[in-house]
Design a protein around this ligand. Structure first.
Ligand code: NAI
Length: 420
């Protein structure tokens, strides 16, 4: 088995942490138990490009229990937990190609190594595998083996939908992000909590009383904004979509342009999936000591080259925090190189929320194995039956019972004649 990780010596700590996460992943665990007996992924070779975290390790174990052969690389050079990579190699015999802090060349070398395993299912978080498989530099025979893939995040789904619309997508994709039991919870509560966790771990900032600007009031932005408010921040939202901006207003938050917001901000967090949301004119107007961070998928939301160009001095203020002294004499602090802050300086989402996201991944792979001949080169939503099953299993794990419709109610809700 090939692999490339930091050190196999870290396997014991990795194993402990994977087991800790498992305690909070009852839905995935119940799927794994079923997979052990039913073997739905027997004969499938899976290449996965996901954040190498304790939760991903539990997903990998579940897929392996279902009969899949696996190779895993990182979907971000800073998110790999080296002890988890070690445990997957040593204890689970899964080929992992990921080292925390790897340079861009190694990052892509690792993605190529995973693709070279000639898999027939891809699992992406940001569409890196799909993009490489569609690029001219990649051996076209590799894409011919693929029956389908899955995509974990908003940014990846947007890219894949535009590939499908242009007729260039070469194999079917299931958009796991678009499952309700994924983005309602993972993007909102998972990103909401872990983004602040990353910022607090990196800076030890007191959120109470701080003015926190949130760029983007989508699923992730809403989560972070409302958790920051819960911690006592004075929250300002910036948006480009009138409906979302209005929602923020009615949620009781201040909304303004970024140009106005930066003048007040102690902390600015981007979560838009867009490019250069924070740029030259914004850096120039920031207060001395402003802290900036990104939790959107790619490190393009903050225009770091422009920040470097504006700076007379750059140094490391503390672990994960880079200090930039601007020509106007003020200092701006950038966390985690502008990469996903919750993964760069914390552990990513809590396991309990990844339980649902990765249950959708595991069940989507089973669906692909069962329906591979029927799928076309399109982006599919996760089947409603899977989404509902994940919600049911999660409630069951919480020990929460809900009501069921009576026959009379069922009839009433499905009729336009009754009860008027
Ligand atoms: P979304 O589509 O629900 O929300 C994005 C929002 O940003 C939209 O309301 C849009 O109008 C707004 N926006 C776009 N350009 C803007 C600009 N220039 N200024 C202000 N607002 C702007 O997307 P979602 O699910 O909230 O995801 C956002 C990003 O976070 C994506 O890149 C996604 O992949 C990433 N993500 C990150 C996670 C993490 O672990 N940090 C987890 C899940 C998603």
């Amino acid at each position: 088995m090939d692999y490339d990780i930091k050190s196999t010596d870290l396997a014991t700590t990795g194993h402990q942490r994977i087991e800790w996460a498992k305690r909070f992943m009852p839905v995935l665990t119940s799927i794994r138990e079923r997979f052990i007996t039913e073997q739905p992924l027997q004969g499938m070779k899976v290449s996965a490009c996901l954040h190498v975290t304790t939760e991903t390790a539990n997903l990998m174990q579940t897929l392996k229990a279902g009969g899949a052969e696996l190779a895993l690389c990182a979907s971000n050079p800073l998110s790999t937990q080296d002890d988890v990579a070690a445990s997957l190699v040593v204890n689970d015999e899964i080929g992992v190609f990921a080292i925390n802090g790897e340079d861009t060349e190694t990052y892509y070398k690792h993605i190529h190594a995973v693709l070279a395993t000639e898999s027939n299912i891809t699992m992406d978080d940001g569409a890196d595998l799909v993009s490489l498989l569609h690029s001219e530099e990649t051996n076209p025979a590799l894409v011919e083996n693929i029956v389908a893939g899955t995509e974990e995040t908003t940014t990846g789904v947007i890219r894949l939908k535009s590939m499908a619309a242009d007729g260039v997508l070469k194999y079917p994709i299931i958009a796991v992000n678009d499952a309700n039991t994924k983005h309602f919870f993972d993007n909102r509560y998972g990103t909401g909590q872990s983004t602040l966790d990353g910022i607090i771990r990196a800076t030890n900032l007191l959120i109470a009383g701080s003015t926190v600007v949130i760029a983007g009031y989508g699923w992730c932005g809403r989560g972070v904004a409302n958790r920051a408010r819960g911690l006592g921040a004075n929250v300002i939202v910036t948006e480009v979509t009138p409906l979302k901006a209005l929602e923020a207003v009615m949620d009781g938050l201040r909304v303004m342009t970024m140009q106005d917001a930066v003048e007040e901000a102690d902390l600015i967090i981007t979560l838009t999936g867009d490019i250069h949301v924070l740029r030259k004119e914004h850096f120039e107007a920031m207060k001395d000591g402003a802290i900036i961070a990104n939790s959107g998928h790619f490190n393009v939301e903050i225009d770091i080259p422009a920040l470097e160009k504006l700076s007379t001095e750059q140094s490391t203020a503390r672990e994960f925090v880079e200090s930039y002294t601007l020509r106007n004499g003020r200092t701006v602090y950038l966390i985690g190189e502008g990469r996903l802050v919750n993964l760069a300086s914390a552990e990513g989402h809590p396991a309990s929320v990844m339980d649902m996201s990765f249950a959708n991944q595991a069940l989507s792979l089973e669906y692909i194995a069962q329906n591979q001949d029927k799928l076309k080169n399109q982006v599919y939503v996760v089947p409603e039956s899977i989404d509902n099953e994940v919600a049911r299993l999660k409630l069951e794990a919480f020990g929460i019972e809900i009501d069921t419709l009576t026959d009379e109610q069922e009839k009433y809700l499905n009729s336009w004649e009754m009860g008027t």
